[in-house]
Write a protein that binds this ligand. Structure first.
Ligand code: SF4
Ligand code: SF4
Length: 382
């Protein structure tokens, strides 16, 4: 992925009704269609019964510790940047019932819900995050597990981004604004007086081509393709944030004793919001619960956070007792040791952790402070 739209010569165009029809076709094929919609004063991700639920005419204003819905002066449905939720909640659910057991020894495991998901409106940053999660959670992509099955059956309708937000920095992470590989169909939303509301459609897979064939569309004119490409490429220059252009893995490795950690800890509430909203944070813990009679017990898996005091509980004690050590662990893993474990950055530049940090701690700002505070030769391998 190079942040530029992929060259396609056979793009098509859907009108606004065509997008609704695309959702109908996906539902008719048995997919649970998930996309953006407005709820609780935010753009959230939810199962859609029709295209009328898309956030038509809504945009967002974002900043450190700030997220506000705003009315747009057009009817764009993808005219907003990342919201509080990511697609992670569908591929790696926040709470999963693992098994139940009764005192008489009867053991039951819940039947997996194996209906496939179709995700509509996935940005480049989030498409990259889905690829990261897939590598982390399904090292064997053909594994016979409910999680692997969710990824195997996934249908992705990407949305090339033309509306970056104030905390976005996907361009500097190489994950956007154009959606990279991994989509079945990719849309670029365009609205103007001359041609109305429409979506340039690019096909990424045979499955995508099959779905598109069932939706009313027409061939795109070369000028329409150029217009859409231009809109996406210029979005790269309108992002509110940039990650410093340094070797992040080496930077974090060399920054173990930096004063920055102490300063961040003086602001950080160790609330864990940043890990909950992050589309790639994947840690979980297990919880065993019983009813009051002691006749029935259940095991549940739920998301966990490296900011929780007990997260690093080992052999009777916590390894990371201070907020300083926990923030350093989170950022060092995200931007540094993730490369060693999984071969890529753990950060895709979506900006959610900046929006939803209650005290507005900004990962790009802290990385820049680390980069400025270290002598040029200290980011070498020890
Ligand atoms: S670390 Fe922050 S910006 Fe990076 S992927 Fe996670 S939430 Fe998005
Ligand atoms: S960095 Fe912000 S969101 Fe993350 S734990 Fe600290 S206060 Fe909470």
């Amino acid at each position: 992925m190079d942040g530029q739209p992929t060259a396609h010569t056979d793009a098509s165009v859907l009108d606004r009704r065509g997008l609704d029809q695309l959702i109908e076709v996906l539902r008719a094929r048995g997919y649970r269609v998930v996309g953006p919609t407005v709820e609780d004063s935010a753009i959230v991700l939810a199962e859609l019964e029709s295209g009328t639920q898309l956030p038509s005419g809504w945009g967002v204003t974002t900043g450190p510790g700030t997220y506000r819905l705003r009315r747009r002066d057009d009817a764009a449905v993808f005219g907003h940047s990342a919201g509080p939720q990511s697609w992670k909640r569908f591929l790696h659910p926040p709470r999963q019932h693992q098994w139940s057991v009764d005192r008489n020894g009867a053991f039951t495991a819940p039947a997996p819900d194996d209906r496939p998901y179709a995700l509509v409106g996935v940005r480049g940053c989030d498409l990259a995050a889905i690829a990261v999660l897939r590598r982390v959670l399904c090292p064997d992509p053909n594994a016979d597990s409910p999680t692997a099955q969710r990824f195997q059956q996934l249908f992705v309708v990407a949305a090339h981004c033309t509306e970056p937000g104030g905390v976005c920095f996907c361009a500097s992470m190489g994950t956007g604004p154009a959606a990279g590989p991994g989509y079945d169909l990719a849309l670029t939303e365009r609205i103007d007086d001359e041609h109305g509301h429409r979506f340039l459609v690019e096909v990424g897979t045979e499955n995508g081509a099959g779905v598109l064939a069932e939706v009313a569309h027409r061939a795109a004119a070369p000028a329409e393709i150029d217009d859409a490409r231009y809109a996406v490429s210029t979005a790269a220059g309108r992002m509110g944030r940039t990650m410093p252009d340094v070797d992040l893995r080496q930077l974090l490795r060399a920054a173990r004793d930096a004063d920055v950690w102490d300063d961040v800890a003086s602001r950080c509430l160790t609330c864990g919001n940043c890990t909950m909203v992050c589309p790639t944070c994947f840690c979980t813990t297990s919880e065993d619960i019983t009813d009051l009679t002691g006749e029935h017990a259940e095991r549940w898996q739920h998301w966990s956070s490296c900011f929780e005091p007990d997260f690093s509980h080992l052999h009777g004690g916590n390894v990371r007792t201070s907020g300083e050590s926990r923030y350093r662990q989170w950022m060092s893993h995200k931007l540094g040791t993730w490369f060693d474990q999984f071969g890529s950055s753990g950060c895709v530049g979506c900006g959610r952790c900046i929006d939803w940090c209650p005290v507005g701690i900004d990962i790009t700002e802290e990385a820049a402070r680390l980069a400025q505070g270290l002598p040029a030769d200290s980011a070498e391998d020890p």
